[in-house]
Design a protein around this ligand. Structure first.
Ligand code: HPA
Length: 244
């Protein structure tokens, strides 16, 4: 089954014919909200709003462990993350959709593994390719089939937030090789790998990152909602195609 984790601007999936909503508990606590079960086209889909249905949970407060555990427990095999980001490369302007292929993790103090606590054994996962290539291929194909432009590949810098970055921090992330910056890819991607969920993301560029493009002096927060509204409609079309 496919699960979709929606980020800012995607608190519900409009094209999901919902059949059931289910609150759940996990050994790691409660997920961000109830899981919505339903169908898109011919596929069973589970939807979870990462920041809660009313967008009240900040990126550093999300219970990533509970979210992924609950999805796995509900029968998810694949997880598509939809996440808003800032564009570091100026060609990645507001509204661009990116299919990231790599991650650099700058987050701290988050519960980043299932393998901790008194009963846990030391356990390492391979994370060379943090995203599922199989899922990336399907998402790329779906975007092509419905004619939505999706930039293939990008290095996602995961920052702690909730504040946006300074211009000097963005310069540093660019020197590190990052193309986009967001606050939620980690530990989400690593946790998915730990429990063998196929995981990939569509990153939605909400704004130029600090010091870039029209964010030279400040990130224009007031224009983000309108950008996301249009962009998320395109993401929904890609998801619909993915479920065909
Ligand atoms: N930085 C970090 N996370 C973000 C941004 C940004 O500029 N825009 C949307 N999420």
């Amino acid at each position: 089954m496919l699960a979709v984790i929606g980020g800012s601007g995607l608190n519900q999936l409009g094209n999901l014919e919902a059949t059931q909503r289910k609150a759940s508990r996990t050994p790691y606590g409660e997920p961000s909200g109830a899981l919505t079960f339903g169908r898109i086209g011919r596929r069973d889909v589970i939807f979870l709003a990462r920041h809660g249905h009313r967008h009240t949970i900040a990126p550093h407060e999300v219970n990533y462990r509970a979210n992924l555990w609950a999805l796995k427990d509900a029968g998810a095999v694949e997880v598509l993350s939809v996440a808003t980001v800032g564009g570091i490369r100026t060609s990645l302007a507001p509204g661009a959709l990116v299919l990231p292929h790599q991650i650099i993790d700058y987050t701290w103090g988050r519960h980043a593994t299932y393998h901790e606590g008194p009963a846990a054994t030391v356990n390492h996962i391979d994370f060379t390719e943090p995203y599922s290539q199989g899922m990336r291929n399907k998402i790329r194909e779906a975007a092509r089939a419905c004619g939505e432009k999706l930039v293939d590949g990008g290095v996602y810098a995961a920052t702690q937030g909730p504040r946006l970055e300074t211009a000097a921090e963005i310069d540093r992330l660019e020197r590190d090789g990052a193309d986009i910056v967001g606050m939620t890819a980690m530990p989400e991607a690593a946790l998915a790998r730990e429990i063998s969920l196929e995981y990939a993301a569509i990153a939605v560029v909400a704004n130029h990152a600090a010091g870039r493009g029209d964010a030279k002096r400040a990130v224009p927060l007031e224009s983000i909602a309108a950008v996301l509204e249009t962009a998320m409609a395109r993401v929904r079309r890609i998801i619909e195609e993915l479920c065909r």
